[in-house]
Ligand binder design. Structure first.
Ligand SMILES: Cc1cc2nc3c(=O)[nH]c(=O)nc-3n(C[C@H](O)[C@H](O)[C@H](O)COP(=O)(O)O)c2cc1C
Ligand code: SF4
Ligand code: SF4
Length: 375
């Protein structure tokens, strides 16, 4: 796992993610057998969705009666234990996508199955039967109930993901922040037709692990999500072995060549908050100052933060660059002779440069969100 750890530097539930591709749940379809057939090309799987209490099980039965595929588990806990057990040793991050009308039923599952899996709250399902019992999408309209579910799981000491559709809440940023404050680790966002601007909006609002979902089946679509703030992408309908293998091979090659698999675009090209690592000194009229104002980082703090963060690192040097230090320099994909000569003189590859920029961006992001860090 050592090379893979290094390749993506991405962890969920305390474990390294082999590749930033996840299987998104499809009720009645995504189980351990389905996952094992695709395990070579994904890093995470969200089994389910499973209904785990009487109201949601009854809703699932009504949905199945309307010829929708559903997992109908008479006794959910032993069945889920078997599914999770079948993925032991797979090297995947395993998540359970769960529907429940109450936080207690979720907590009961977490107590029984334990912290080796991620508990994904299904706040996504829009079937009227599920909404009627207060589960699925109903949770987005009742954020206090969603928070109670997150807290109940956190009280059991497990990792929590929340799956929701963008555009259901009047303000997706507010839902994201409430999930963060309640203790979620992952947000799994079905972007519907909103595309990458929505993932950027959420990236700029919370420091959580973000999974972008919906119609992502090509490497260009994947990179578009990753370069606007996603940590992983997930696939449901398009999750054929062939598609997954193609995405896995392409992102692995990209990471090995470029060093930062989900590097953002430059800020002036629409990048998210992480792109401050590539921004210049604030000396001209450009998107930098309005962005700093928006995120509550003063101009002086931005300057001192970058200076402190690169002290003693290769990015501190670079007297021949525009602002006297590589900390203010652009992305490796922006052509620049001065930066490239500096890197050459330092014996630093472009890949190492991008890895150093990633660390700088993590430091900046931490500083931006730290004052608001959830308990
Ligand atoms: C048949 C089917 C069943 C689904 N069941 C669930 C579910 O139980 N829980 C859930 O969170 N999402 C469920 N979804 C939504 C998918 O996980 C995913 O968000 C959506 O299909 C968009 O992603 P895609 O374009 O990769 O398919 C389901 C989707 C389909 C097509
Ligand atoms: S500071 Fe430089 S990189 Fe950042 S937005 Fe302005 S011009 Fe673009
Ligand atoms: S030296 Fe090149 S890479 Fe560095 S800030 Fe100037 S233009 Fe950008």
């Amino acid at each position: 796992m050592a090379v893979q750890d290094e390749r993506f530097s991405l962890r969920i539930n305390g474990s390294a993610v082999r590749t930033p591709i996840a299987l998104a749940s499809m009720a009645g379809v995504v189980d351990a057998v389905y996952t094992l057939a695709r395990a070579a090309h994904v890093g995470a799987t969200f089994l389910g969705g499973y209904s785990v209490d009487q109201p949601t099980l009854a809703a699932s039965r009504r949905m199945a009666g309307n010829s929708r595929a559903e997992f109908l588990l008479d006794d959910p806990i032993p069945a889920l234990r078997r599914e999770v057990g079948a993925l032991d040793g797979s090297g995947l991050i395993v998540g359970l996508n769960l529907r429940s009308a109450t936080p207690e039923a979720l907590a009961e599952v977490a107590r029984a199955i334990g912290p080796s899996v991620v508990y994904e709250i299904d706040a996504h399902c829009r079937q009227p039967e599920m909404i009627e019992v207060g589960a699925g999408e109903a949770l987005v309209h009742r954020p206090e109930a969603l928070e109670a579910s997150i807290r109940a799981l956190r009280d059991e000491g497990v990792s929590v993901s929340v799956k929701f559709r963008a555009g259901v809440a009047s303000d997706d940023r507010a839902i994201a922040r409430r999930c963060w404050e309640a203790g979620a680790e992952v947000l799994h966002v079905d972007l519907m037709d909103f595309g990458y601007p929505k993932i950027r909006e959420i990236r700029n609002s919370v420091p959580l692990t973000l999974i972008a979902n919906n119609s992502i089946t090509t490497f260009d679509q994947m990179r578009e999500m990753l370069s606007h703030g996603a940590d992983l992408v997930s696939l449901a309908r398009g999750a054929s072995e062939r598609t997954l293998a193609g995405l896995d091979a392409a992102i692995t090659r990209y990471a090995d060549e470029q060093g930062w698999y989900n590097s953002p675009k430059q800020l002036c090209r629409g990048g998210d908050i992480r792109s401050l690592a590539f921004c210049c000194m604030p000396v001209k009229s450009c998107p930098l100052l309005p962005t700093l104002e928006k995120i509550g980082l003063s101009r002086d703090r931005y300057i001192s933060l970058k200076q402190e963060a690169v002290r003693g690192t290769p990015l501190e040097g670079g007297a021949q660059t525009c602002f006297g230090s590589l900390s203010w320099c652009c992305k490796s994909s922006s052509p620049c002779m001065f930066r490239d000569i500096t890197l050459q003189q330092m014996g630093l590859s472009k890949k190492e440069y991008m890895q150093a920029k990633r660390q700088l961006s993590e430091r900046i992001t931490h500083d931006v969100f730290e004052p608001h860090t959830a308990p």
